[in-house]
Design a protein around this ligand. Structure first.
Ligand SMILES: NC(=O)c1ccc[n+]([C@@H]2O[C@H](COP(=O)([O-])OP(=O)(O)OC[C@H]3O[C@@H](n4cnc5c(N)ncnc54)[C@H](OP(=O)(O)O)[C@@H]3O)[C@@H](O)[C@H]2O)c1
Length: 320
């Protein structure tokens, strides 16, 4: 197998192509012949050493699609050759031609007429959105949702999932006007540029705010939350710190909640597949489709350069 290894913390140039023997799955695992591997901002954070639990050399990549290559002991619910997509690969290793995954956190695409590139780009994030909105934010039918970084990899899964869960109105913000058009193709009722926020929303108030961005836009979001509203913090793409007024929280009965899919599924592995089942229908209907840039696995440095330059609209998917 071939893997793109991060040899030291740094810029996109730190990836090196390395050949390894194919890994064999342990109990409860499968090995996957990778056809597509998605690139997320968290991979750039790993590469820069912002999450120092990982020491180089390591292979990042949290989500892959492909076919089952080998079954580990005790795995009976897959067959060799079956098309699959992973949820979150806690052991990483997705930037490779073969990777290992927990069978319990892998979903079959058998019989579904879905493009594996769209599946790997959207399904893991749709599962994140589903679990975060239902198990953490307790969204109710008829509620309104505001989603920041609206066309980002993670955020772009939220509008269709919120719609599936009965949200009555869904509004997004994007950092620059260059991303408005693409965001408007998703299930938003309205999309604003972030520098017009919060004035652009006028008197409108939101029951749930989904925030993968952090910093100033999160700080301003508390002004546009309805009483009993919940801010769902799912990332920090801006790398800025938000200021949260404790007085505003208790005066308006607001909640601030955090959600991270990897540790959540590690603690609750049985929650992944039912969530995937709930969103597979909208995946198959194309409602989770987002703009994709497909690059060869060996062009991972170029993929990361585009991430760092904030040139990506939707997601980059690597193809071995
Ligand atoms: N909670 C979880 O389980 C989970 C799962 C996956 C990812 N994440 C986290 O979620 C965050 C986003 O990851 P991603 O892979 O979706 O990244 P992404 O594809 O780069 O999306 C980030 C989005 O946020 C926008 N943005 C960045 N800075 C902004 C600012 N200052 N104001 C307004 N918008 C801004 C970006 O717009 P520009 O491109 O124009 O800057 C982009 O649309 C990261 O912190 C990641 O670690 C969390």
């Amino acid at each position: 197998m071939k893997a793109m290894v991060i040899t030291k913390y740094g810029g996109p140039e730190v990836f090196t192509e390395v050949e390894f023997p194919d890994p064999h799955p342990g109990p409860g695992q499968i090995s996957i012949k990778v056809s597509h591997s998605s690139v997320g901002l968290v991979d750039a954070f790993f590469r820069r050493g912002m999450i120092p639990m990982l020491q180089p050399p390591f292979v990042t990549g949290l989500e892959v699609a492909g076919t089952v290559q080998e079954l580990g002991e005790g795995v009976t619910d897959f067959r060799v050759g079956e098309p699959v997509v992973t949820l979150s690969l806690m052991s990483l290793g997705g930037y490779a031609t073969v990777t290992l995954a927990d069978a319990a956190l892998t979903v079959s695409l058998d019989g579904l007429n879905v493009d594996p590139a769209q599946a790997v780009a959207a399904l893991p994030n749709a599962v994140t959105a589903y679990l975060a909105l239902t198990h953490i934010a307790y969204i109710r039918e008829g509620e309104s949702v505001l989603i920041h970084g609206a066309i980002g990899g993670l955020a772009s899964a939220f509008p269709a999932v919120a719609r599936l869960l009965g949200a009555s109105r869904i509004v997004g913000t994007v950092r620059t006007s260059t991303k408005l058009e693409a965001a408007r193709e998703l299930a938003y009722d309205d999309v604003f540029v972030a520098d017009k926020f919060p004035t652009a929303v006028g008197d409108e108030r939101f029951n749930v705010v989904v925030d993968p961005v952090g910093g100033e836009i999160l700080t301003s979001s508390f002004e546009v939350m309805a009483p009993f509203g919940r801010a769902l913090l799912v990332g920090n793409a801006s790398e800025q710190v938000a200021t949260i007024s404790n007085n505003m929280l208790w005066n308006k009965n607001l909640g601030v909640l955090g959600f991270s899919i990897g540790p959540y599924l590690q603690a609750n592995p049985s929650f992944g597949r039912p969530a995937a089942q709930a969103v597979l229908g909208i995946l198959a209907e194309g409602k989770l489709d987002l703009p994709l840039t497909i690059l060869p696995l060996t062009d991972v440095a170029e993929a990361h350069r585009r991430m760092d330059a904030k040139e990506v609209i939707g997601r980059i998917v690597l193809r071995p």
